[in-house]
Design a protein around this ligand. Sequence first.
Ligand code: MG
Length: 274
Amino acid sequence: MTKVIITAAVCGSNPTKAMNPAVPYTPAEIADEVVACSEAGAAIAHVHVRDPETGAPSHRLDLFAEVIERVRARCPILLNLTTSGLNLRGDDITDERLVPITLRPELASLDIGSVNFRARSFINPPDFGETAAQRMRDHGVKPEIEVFDVGHIEQAKHLIDRGFFDDPPYFQLCMGIKWGIPATPENLLLMHRSLPAGVPWSALGVGRTQLPMITMSLLLGGHVRVGFEDNLYLRKGVLAESNAQFVEMAVHLAHTLHREVATPDDARAILKLG
Ligand code: MG
């Protein structure tokens, strides 16, 4: 089976230090978490940035740039910057959302369809996917197509058919986000079956579903994502002290299930990064 790419999603936009004191806010804290995950075996880091003082979700370009600079100086991990812009408000926030790709990370998340996301609406209009895919291609950035339900996969396939993505399109199956597709084994099989044949894909599970979802993904030949963006607990009642603990858990699980762990260079080859 293919080597498994472990992505570490180190902070997201939702978890706070009140929920878990190890959640990083400043670019230095975020970079430290990313480097530790790299050393533990992650090939990709998925990065959001936060207001350094308050921890509020941010989309400031200088904060993304500082994280990149600090990480690049210390380790070879591939960087995947968010373009979700969940904190941004306005009628047309497309340009603002896509600004992180001007820093030319190896990858960026691309949210294809709309979904209610806990108490708010996460709006990705039909033309957002097209604009984002085009602009990522222009900047040499590989899209990681985030899908929260089966219909999003159908929408992505429509764009693939029309030539918006370079081969191979890469999917992140986001399982168990309220109110996307629930993270059940049956639903992960359905999502997996709905993908175009043979494409690389990864799965994440929110909260207590992280472990079962990544285990299933390992068995099905998929890649995995772990980290504070999705889950703060190692097990019931036990907060993780770092993102690297989740990466260590994923490495251990992969080895137990006889999957080799991909290095950043392996991930470049699997995803055909330029
Ligand atoms: Mg994200």
